[in-house]
Ligand binder design. Structure first.
Ligand code: ADP
Length: 250
């Protein structure tokens, strides 16, 4: 589904991504691991349109999507989760979900004159969809809570929830488990697996927690020094000597 070809992203003389080539298979939950500074987040940022590549290409289903801005990728179903921005913290969890752009006609000028009824209908539909998503995430009880007041793990679930408000094809998750307690981390893992199985989402997941990776990811891609070092099941990469060296920094 995603093919990255000889991708580079340099910052001055520093090569954060240095000739990365890798593929993410449709229907997979692909893990992306590697020591700090390996270039994982920079790679995500380039694929998801937040950073221009220095050189190289990114393809989605065979189409060249290199350098497309995030909103264009969003319309193609390529999403990256974002932390709930501070300014949306006072809005309720439900409202945060309802804000996800999905081509609501309320945004178009024409409708401000002619489409009032349609807007009301769509708002009801969005609300129903948001409530469905909250139920799927087992956080219905938080619908009216301000998003800024829920726990870190619940915020991660809400971030995942935003990807469910549209028809995502591939979702990039950057450290969804950071700072999350064990129980919620496993709920997040189960949610990712359910979205993968029931909705056909493909995932690419950066995560440090190897239990989490082992539980849901296959294959696992190891990055080091800006490019792919190894790929395989978690057991395979754990037994790979180059991987062990990269992690030990020798
Ligand atoms: P990882 O996610 O694997 O820890 P990153 O992609 O965050 O790695 O970072 C790779 C390297 O690129 C790091 O050494 C980081 O300091 C550097 N880097 C990332 N973004 C920038 C930037 N905007 N300017 C300069 N250096 C950067």
């Amino acid at each position: 589904m995603i093919k990255v070809e000889n991708l580079h992203r340099h910052f001055g003389a520093f090569r954060a991504v240095d000739g990365a080539s890798l593929e993410i298979a449709k229907g997979s939950i692909t893990g992306l691991v590697g020591p700090n500074g390996a270039g994982k987040t920079t790679l995500f940022n380039v694929i998801a349109g937040a950073l221009e590549p220095t050189s190289g290409r990114v393809f989605m289903d065979g189409e060249d999507i290199t350098g497309l801005p995030p909103h264009a990728l969003f319309h193609k179903g390529l999403l990256r989760t974002f932390q709930i921005a501070h300014e949306f913290g006072s809005m309720s969890c439900r409202e945060n979900l309802m804000m996800v752009p999905g081509g609501q006609s309320g945004e178009q000028l024409w409708n401000t004159w002619f489409g009032r009824k349609r807007i009301a209908d769509e708002e009801r539909a969005m609300k129903a969809k948001a409530d469905e998503v909250l139920e799927f995430l087992t956080i219905s009880h938080l619908a009216d809570h301000p998003a800024g007041a829920i726990s870190g793990g619940q915020k991660k679930l809400l971030e995942l929830g935003r990807t469910m408000m549209v028809d995502a094809k591939i979702v990039f998750l950057d450290e969804v488990g950071a700072g999350v307690n064990r129980t919620l981390l496993m709920t997040i893992a189960d949610t990712i697996v359910a979205l993968n199985k029931e909705r056909g989402y493909t995932f690419c997941v950066i995560e440090h927690d190897m239990d989490f990776i082992g539980r849901i990811c296959d294959p696992v891609i190891v990055m080091a020094e800006g490019r792919k070092l190894a790929e395989g099941s978690l057991d395979e990469i754990k037994a790979n000597e180059q991987v062990i060296e990269a992690y030990l920094g020798t």
